[in-house]
Design a protein around this ligand. Structure first.
Ligand code: SF4
Length: 500
């Protein structure tokens, strides 16, 4: 599978290989052993995996990186981030320690987890090395993930892992320590027991964070770093190696264009950084037993995200919606569980001023088409098209004057957006300031999640306190239908996403 990138054999070279020698040659693609939980990802994977694993593993890791980025954008503290990430990691990218393994079956589980971690990192490295912005975001999120895991690691395993890296950190001898005692003391104010500490000499460029906060003694291009700053050193090393590797990967990318199986997957992944939309599956927005009928939509619209709420408000105001707005809204309504018959009834009642014949000839077919009742791709017959994700709506370039579809956070002017939010009851100055800031930094779905959290703060507090909802039930929303379902269920005391 990954041989496309990492072990491609030039056909001309292959032809010159002596087949007798070839049968005794070491296998080119092989399973790797993972003695440590942590990985610096220095060695590319070489075993084969299926195309399904390739995609699914990458999507699972992407989900984690997107959540890490969302936590950082929302200025969550380290403790809040840890509480948010721990269950998600357990679900999508578990990575147990060696001490958790007590049997052969457990060993295999560790091996599988580590293989997935290893491969998914390299797949996303391919997907995100195309542009400088993606490389920067990927390196940042991966570094945060590594740091999080490093801090959680068992101290003995952490030491063994660090020894395996052969880092050229030069230990400072006792004699040198005594010679420099005063300078070391001055440079590391607050550090009392210089003698008791293990010190290392490293090239100063490798500890930029410590240099920036003037936390080390510098001489002749070397920084003298106390052992307790090991975390900073190892993180800086991880980032530096990853950034270098990403540069190299970006140069190798054009060769991948030849592969028409991998390129579309990688392209899709890179477009979804920050939203990880692929984890949403059709049917996920349904709420079992909820009264989803044409007559209930007005009432239910209080649970709709701003993109759909805005369409609903325009529909009620104008008794009409343009084509793309209708399509976006129809698919959303289908996603929340409105049946085809009820959906046709909803549009018929909403489009005032048209005769039945006019409605049937101009609008009904499109609704049936969206549901897969007529026309379209044979594979979609009976199912129609899936509801749009945030990523799809956000990347719509067909919005403009007179159009009402799209995402208000992205496609409306800031003043119109704030006006719309206020008209739906969002008046909190802090929230509106945060939304302006998010939008200014093109973090549209973060703005949307900010509004969700504020409008549901009491219910979120309740379900967290009574323990009925887990942290994974409250991860970042990246789909309008998830927004609806979560909002609806939060108002039904005692209901959890698992019951729905
Ligand atoms: Fe809709 Fe997504 Fe935009 Fe929120 S971020 S308004 S759910 S498209």
């Amino acid at each position: 599978m990954l041989r496309q990138e990492f072990g491609k054999v030039d056909p001309k070279r292959r032809a010159t290989l002596d087949h007798k020698k070839k049968q005794f040659a070491a296998p080119e693609f092989k399973q790797q052993a993972y003695p440590h939980r942590l990985n610096f990802y220095d060695t590319p994977p070489t075993a084969e995996i299926t195309l399904e694993q390739f995609e699914q593993w990458a999507i699972d890791r992407l989900k984690i990186l997107a959540e890490i980025e969302a936590c950082s954008y929302r200025n969550k503290t380290a403790a809040e981030t840890a509480a948010h990430l721990t269950p998600l990691l357990q679900k999508f990218l578990p990575l147990a320690s060696n001490t958790s393994s007590v049997s052969g079956a457990e060993d295999q589980r560790l091996q599988n987890e580590r293989q997935k971690d290893h491969y998914s990192h390299f797949i996303l490295r391919l997907a995100f090395s195309g542009t400088e912005d993606l490389r920067r975001r990927f390196a940042r999120a991966e570094t945060m993930l590594f740091k999080f895991r490093f801090q959680q690691d068992d101290s003995r395993e952490r030491r063994a892992f660090m020894e395996s890296l052969n880092l050229d950190w030069e230990p400072v001898t006792d004699d040198e320590k005594h010679e420099l005692l005063e300078k070391l003391t001055n440079a590391t104010s607050g550090l009392r027991h210089i003698d008791d500490e293990n010190w290392y000499k490293v090239d100063w460029e490798r500890v930029p964070e410590l240099i920036e906060r003037r936390g080390v003694f510098l001489t002749k291009g070397k920084a003298y770093v106390p052992g307790r700053e090991q975390l900073s050193m190892i993180i800086a090393e991880f980032t530096a190696r990853l950034e270098r590797a990403l540069e190299l990967t970006s140069r190798a990318l054009p060769r991948l264009d030849e592969d028409d199986r991998l390129s579309p997957i990688l392209d899709h992944l890179s477009k979804n950084f920050g939203s990880a939309e692929s984890v949403y599956s059709e049917g996920e927005g349904f709420v079992d037993g909820a009264p989803i009928t044409a007559g209930a939509i007005d009432h239910l619209s209080q649970h709709f995200p701003l993109c759909m709420r805005s369409l609903h408000m325009t529909l009620r105001k104008n008794n009409h919606l343009k084509h793309f707005g209708r399509l976006q809204y129809t698919l959303f309504l289908k996603g929340i569980g409105l049946s085809l018959e009820e959906c046709i009834l909803f549009w018929r009642q909403s489009f005032k001023g048209f005769t039945d014949d006019e409605f049937n000839s101009r609008y009904k077919y499109n609704v049936r088409h969206a549901y897969g009742d007529v026309g379209g791709d044979v594979n979609r017959r009976g199912r129609g098209y899936p509801p749009y994700s945030c990523q799809k709506i956000l990347s719509d370039t067909n919005t403009g004057v007179g159009q009402t579809h799209g995402c208000p956070y992205r496609h409306f002017s800031v003043d119109n957006l704030i006006g719309l939010l206020q008209s739906t009851g969002v008046h909190d100055k802090e929230v509106l300031r945060g939304v302006r800031e998010d939008v200014g930094k093109t973090r549209y779905h973060i703005a949307c999640n900010r509004v969700f959290e504020w409008t549901h703060k009491t219910d979120i507090k309740r379900v967290k306190e009574d323990g009925t909802w887990s942290q994974t039930d409250l991860d970042t929303i990246v789909h309008p239908n998830t927004y609806f379902k979560r909002s609806y269920l939060l108002k039904q005391v005692g209901k959890t996403p698992q019951d729905a």
